[in-house]
Ligand binder design. Structure first.
Ligand SMILES: [Zn+2]
Length: 329
């Protein structure tokens, strides 16, 4: 990054809330605001509420127009980042062909860049977190879905139709389960939140004697979630340890192909399921080392994301600053 410095705003829109952060010139979050998201709200409410919040944040810190570099927004769905248009959002029925950048820039005088949420998280981790600004990095998020973002040759790689990085939809099993994307046996069908829960239930039915600690935790009125399964594993539950070991192997198996294809320097893994830590990272690393070509693994680090839930805010603000000030991205 060169020496021009300005304030910026990063926004991370999720399924239940819009998280906003006003970023200082040297990349600290000065102010935060959270706006609830409702599934059936029209995009017009988004423009009104976000526009007002942006102006209120800039006023509160007395930031002049020429000190403000721009705003970035990460959105969960199919986004045309070049033209600033949301094609469709996951689970938000009224978001179709919404011209976000044009609306904010023309009518609210806020220079705006948009991208999908996983790409923004990738930019955040790459520039400010676990990516350490390396030239070739893959960022993965493990949660309800399994998403990925690619940094290749020191640039975000988006592909010809701007939809690159869908690591969750690389097939793990040739004739596996039907996936929503139309393919069969996708990684996400085996390691997404719901899939981990389903695999655990199936194992519990077959081998209840292996899961006694997990069953005890469950009977204390807890829901069966990847977090609870990782807790049980940490307490020595055999079945829960098997589940995480297998989950790591599945992810590592797909990643070994990705490593052979792209030869990255770092693979950064975040999202709720990654909170399980070494329970998951150890089998992932072992599987990649076992399967990928030795030369492609030699310089590779597979590490946890650093910025947690703030990665999207950092990435969105960085995207805006890099685009408007430095003509990059
Ligand atoms: Zn799929």
């Amino acid at each position: 990054m060169n020496n021009v410095k300005k304030y910026s705003i990063g926004i991370d829109m999720g399924a239940t809330s819009i998280k906003m952060g006003l970023m200082s010139k040297d990349w600290n979050i000065l102010l935060r605001k959270t706006i609830p998201v409702e599934k059936y709200r029209l995009p017009d409410f988004f423009f009104k509420e976000v526009g007002e919040a942006v102006h209120a944040m800039l006023n509160e810190k007395n930031i002049k127009k020429d000190e403000f570099g721009g705003m970035g927004i990460g959105l969960p769905g199919c986004v045309d980042s070049v033209n600033g248009i949301v094609r469709d959002l996951t689970n938000m029925p009224y978001w179709h062909e919404v011209h976000i950048s044009e609306k904010f820039e023309k009518f609210l005088q806020i220079p705006t860049r948009i991208d999908n949420d996983v790409n923004m998280m990738t930019i955040g981790e790459w520039r400010h977190g676990a990516g350490n600004e390396c030239e070739d990095m893959i960022c993965i998020t493990l949660g309800t879905g399994v998403g990925g973002g690619l940094v290749l040759n020191g640039k975000m790689y988006r592909g010809v139709d701007l939809c690159a990085g869908e690591i969750g939809h690389i097939p793990l099993f040739y004739d596996g389960e039907q996936c929503n994307c139309g393919n069969r046996g996708c990684l996400e069908r085996y390691v997404g939140n719901a899939a981990i829960v389903r695999r655990t239930q199936e194992k519990l039915i077959l081998n209840p004697e292996k899961g006694t600690i997990l069953v005890d935790l469950l009977s204390a009125n807890n829901d069966l979630t990847p977090k609870l399964i990782s807790e049980a594993a940490g307490q020595g539950d055999e079945l829960s340890n098997e589940i995480f070991n297998e989950t790591g192997k599945y992810i590592g198996s797909v990643l070994s192909g990705v490593v052979n294809l792209l030869n990255p320097e770092r693979i950064v893994i975040g999202g709720g399921v990654a909170q399980a830590g070494e329970l998951l990272f150890k089998p992932i690393r072992e599987e990649v080392e076992k399967r990928a070509m030795p030369v492609a693994v030699a310089g590779l680090k597979i590490i946890p994301a650093k910025l947690g839930e703030d990665a999207g805010i950092y990435g969105a603000a960085t995207y805006a600053i890099e685009h408007f000030l430095h003509k990059e991205f």
